[in-house]
Design a protein around this ligand. Structure first.
Ligand SMILES: [Zn+2]
Ligand SMILES: [Zn+2]
Length: 307
């Protein structure tokens, strides 16, 4: 999605990236976790409250909320000053309104909140009912599916430091920004179905592959098209006939169509199977044969007639 293309990116790659962005226009942003050996990419839906996400996105170290549902004040982020990017709180859905959870994260000092579904991957556009809560919220929050949270928590519990970031498609538009749609739908019933499309990690892998092997693939395609064209030409020539003037000593003696011996100066036509006839005899023979089944009178092999 928000792929960084270098100044020397081949045009095919730019086009590929644009194609991906066009097709994958969704109400999602991507939540990405990468380290040397892992790249996890989850779809996430930003909330309908709090500051809008900037295209620069959010980067931060993930911390699991205690208590998990953040319905009461939560534990503050670890006192590490080695994380200039700040902390993002992972919170379980249910038990209290979304706004309450995000406010608790904000008050404890987190720079963003990530609320996950339970036992489901459906994504919800989170909203708050009370205007006073809306006014208090100053940090962004996102909603992710249950499977995504399971994977993230597994990594967290293995003691890893997980830095996640959001990748925002260039054409991303929060459905909350559309007032007509927003007025009709109740926030609690607005679900987004996941649909299959290669995520950020897969796309990054494809782009890297193209960066490394794109030129070779292109070269391979050009070469194979030359080989194919040559083969077609060869096959055509192989099935066509050639003409020559009969000379004494030629390895042909009789035209089986008119049953006359060849004489010096006769114009012969030699089919690709090697059988020779008088030029006019074989032309007449081929003319009276069906268009799609012209064969050599002796060996019955196919003869291609130039049109
Ligand atoms: Zn003949
Ligand atoms: Zn033949």
């Amino acid at each position: 999605m928000a792929m960084r293309l270098g100044p020397f990116s081949p045009p095919s790659m730019v086009a590929f990236s644009l194609l991906l962005e066009t097709i994958s226009a969704t109400p999602f942003v991507h939540l990405v976790y990468t380290d040397n050996s892992t790249c996890l990419d989850f779809r996430a839906v930003p909330a309908c409250f709090g500051p809008p996400l900037s295209h620069a996105g959010i980067v931060g170290n993930l911390v699991e909320a205690v208590p998990g549902n953040a319905c009461q004040p939560v534990e503050a982020p670890p006192a590490s000053n080695q994380t200039p990017s700040g902390f993002i709180l992972l919170i379980r859905r249910y038990d209290c309104p979304f706004g309450t959870k995000v406010l608790h994260a904000q008050r404890a000092g987190y720079q963003a909140a990530l609320i996950h579904n339970l036992y489901s991957d459906r994504l919800v556009s989170m909203d708050v009912e009370r205007p006073e809560t809306r006014e208090q919220i100053r940090i962004p929050s996102l909603f992710i599916g249950g499977s995504a949270s399971k994977l993230l928590r597994r990594h967290l519990r293995s003691g890893k430091t997980i830095q996640v970031s959001t990748v925002i498609p260039r054409d991303y538009e929060n459905p909350c920004w559309d007032p007509s749609e927003y007025a009709v739908l109740d926030y609690s019933t607005r679900h987004h179905d996941l649909r299959f499309w290669p995520g950020y990690c897969t796309q990054r892998m494809i782009i890297r592959f193209l960066e490394e092997f794109g030129f070779l693939i292109l070269l391979g395609l050009v070469l194979s098209s030359f080989i194919l064209a040559g083969w077609v030409k060869w096959r055509h020539r192989r099935h066509s006939a050639r003409t020559r003037t009969f000379q004494r000593g030629d390895p042909y003696d009789l035209c089986v169509i008119c049953m006359a011996d060849f004489e010096e100066g006769d114009r012969l036509k030699i089919l690709w199977c090697g059988h020779a006839y008088h030029h006019t005899c074989i032309d007449t023979w081929l003319l009276i044969q069906p268009k799609t089944g012209k064969t050599c009178p002796i060996c019955k092999q196919e003869v291609r007639v130039a049109t």
